[in-house]
Design a protein around this ligand. Structure first.
Ligand code: ADP
Ligand code: MG
Length: 322
């Protein structure tokens, strides 16, 4: 199968948005812009064996490649519209392509996102996705907006994905429902798109938690030039995590495990009650975990009121190199 029939068969089959004048098939896509809005653009690379274990199913790879990008748009408060897909494939394996594109399009269709172009080459398996979306003028949620006194919130549960990775790598032994839930959280993160759009009117800053809460909240603090205290006992843990793993002394997986793809954001005290109302319609749990303070640095406080020191830091591709 040649490159062009491959593209036609697996990637040119999707919803058609009215703002796409020319999609896949020409030298470039042509898109209509949106009045009084700003375009938000993000891109993420997924490398075989680095961003997903080699045993990951093609469906999950397709889902995750898109999900991590939609998660970045969500953290900006953007409504996703279009994506491009760059694929390096070692071989043309039709069953793999079918499952990969199914994972990709099941998620794309859910959020009315259209694939408008890309590139397909031969090489070691790697997937680059670029996602584009819209925010009303001046309404993007930045990392730099947190104010002293703001409350800090996080969506969903933390830590399950980190356990899912360990399960996928055979580093822990667990089966049954809990294993299923944690593996799913790791392989099929759900980008918090609707929550992010809702937060435009409420949050002072936001980030998506991809490298662990401590590292990512740390980015908000740095960009906002503030500090924070976070109460470990308040961090949201799934019932599965609590049952199976929670050794009260060890919070490392929860605060620095990574791959959660939840939103961490700050809200002024006045807006915190509004948040509760808005969240009720989203069917997504959201937990207050601490507050922003003037004194810089992130202080993690355990149940006894003691400082907790993180032993592991967020994942860094170039840590240890010059
Ligand atoms: P060109 O050589 O002009 O760059 P290509 O032959 O690479 O064009 O691609 C032909 C068309 O197919 C273009 O519209 C391109 O955006 C699209 N395309 C190529 N690979 C992909 C892919 N993996 N997913 C979606 N569209 C793709
Ligand atoms: Mg090309």
């Amino acid at each position: 199968m040649d490159e062009f029939s491959l593209i036609r068969k697996y990637f040119a089959r999707h919803i058609k948005r009215p703002d796409v004048i020319l999609g896949i098939g020409d030298d470039a896509a042509v898109l209509n812009s949106m009045d009084n809005h700003q375009l938000v653009v993000t891109t993420d690379f997924l490398i075989d064996g680095v961003h997903f274990p080699e045993t990951t199913s093609p469906y999950d790879i397709g889902h995750k490649a898109l999900a991590v990008n939609l998660s970045d748009l969500a953290a900006m408060g953007a409504e996703p519209a279009w994506v491009t897909l760059n694929l390096a494939l070692p071989v043309v394996h039709e069953a793999w392509l079918r499952d990969f594109s199914e994972g990709f399009f099941d998620l794309a269709n859910k959020y009315n996102v259209q694939l408008i172009g890309g590139d397909t080459v031969r090489g070691p398996l790697a997937i680059g996705v670029q996602a584009m979306g819209w925010v009303p003028e001046g309404k993007a949620i930045k990392r730099s907006g947190a104010q002293v006194g703001d409350e800090i919130f996080v969506t969903g549960y933390l830590g399950d994905a980190a356990m899912g990775l360990m399960l996928a790598q055979g580093e822990i032994d667990l089966s049954g429902k809990s294993a299923e839930v944690m593996l799913r959280k790791f392989n099929r993160p759900e980008p918090r798109v609707k929550c992010g759009m809702m937060l435009r009117a409420i949050a002072t800053s936001a980030i998506d938690v991809s490298d662990g809460l401590a590292a990512d909240l740390g980015h908000i603090l740095e960009e906002s030039e503030v500090g924070a205290e976070v109460y470990l006992e308040d961090l949201p843990l799934s019932p599965h995590y609590k049952n199976k793993y929670m050794d009260r002394q060890d919070w490392d997986k929860v605060v620095s495990g990574g791959d959660d793809y939840e939103l961490c954001f700050t809200v002024s005290l006045e807006n915190a009650s509004d948040l509760k109302k808005q969240l009720a319609s989203l069917n997504l749990n959201c937990t207050r975990i601490g507050r922003i303070r003037k004194q810089t640095e992130l202080q993690l406080i355990d149940g006894q009121g003691n400082d907790y020191r993180v032993n592991a830091v967020g994942y860094n591709h170039f840590s240890g190199s010059d």
